[in-house]
Design a protein. Structure first.
Length: 173
């Protein structure tokens, strides 16, 4: 099986990924994460199969934030999604690798952050992501609030935060 990896503008490529999101992110799945207002990605990593069907997706986010009150250039990974018929074949890992490579080439990033459910932490840990044991602050309804719906994990770049406070200075991804 051959695949193609594309890195596309986040907003412009929404129509391409919407069918995959509608399939995977059902109302029941979305209800588990509560009523969260999420950011839209700046870029998307898309994996297509030979039939030009999107089978895996990773959203990429770039933002200035804070770690313990110190300015930090953040990258985010979110919306990691693989078509149910194509899971456990390594596509999410390929998409994550492409995402990290894109982040490395994008600009000087201090660290990469994602949030995930407890059951996904081992998947990311096997790919060099580290749990963040501190507090994550995000924007919700125009206010800065503690985000505890999911667990934050860090992919190290110039900084290696493990504790303290990270303020995304905007919506979560």
């Amino acid at each position: 099986m051959s695949i193609e990896i594309d890195i596309l503008n986040g907003s412009a490529s929404w129509a391409k990924v919407k069918p995959l999101f509608d399939l995977v992110w059902t109302p029941e799945v979305l209800a588990r994460s509560g009523d969260v207002d999420w950011a839209n990605p700046d870029l998307r990593v898309l994996i297509e199969n030979e039939n030009r069907q999107i089978i895996s997706h990773v959203g990429l986010y770039f933002r200035d934030g804070l770690w313990n009150g110190r300015k930090a250039r953040l990258a985010g990974v979110g919306g990691v999604t693989t078509h149910p018929d194509h899971r456990r074949k390594g596509y999410a890992s390929v998409a994550l690798d492409a995402a990290i490579q894109t982040i490395r080439h994008h600009e000087a990033i201090d660290f990469v952050l994602l949030v995930c459910d407890d059951e996904k932490m081992s998947f990311y840990a096997a790919r060099k992501w580290q749990p963040f044991g501190g507090v994550l602050i995000v924007e919700q309804n125009g206010q800065q609030v503690k985000f505890d719906v999911m667990k934050p994990m860090i992919f190290d770049m110039a900084m290696r935060p493990r504790t303290g406070t990270i303020d995304l200075c905007g919506l979560p991804w």
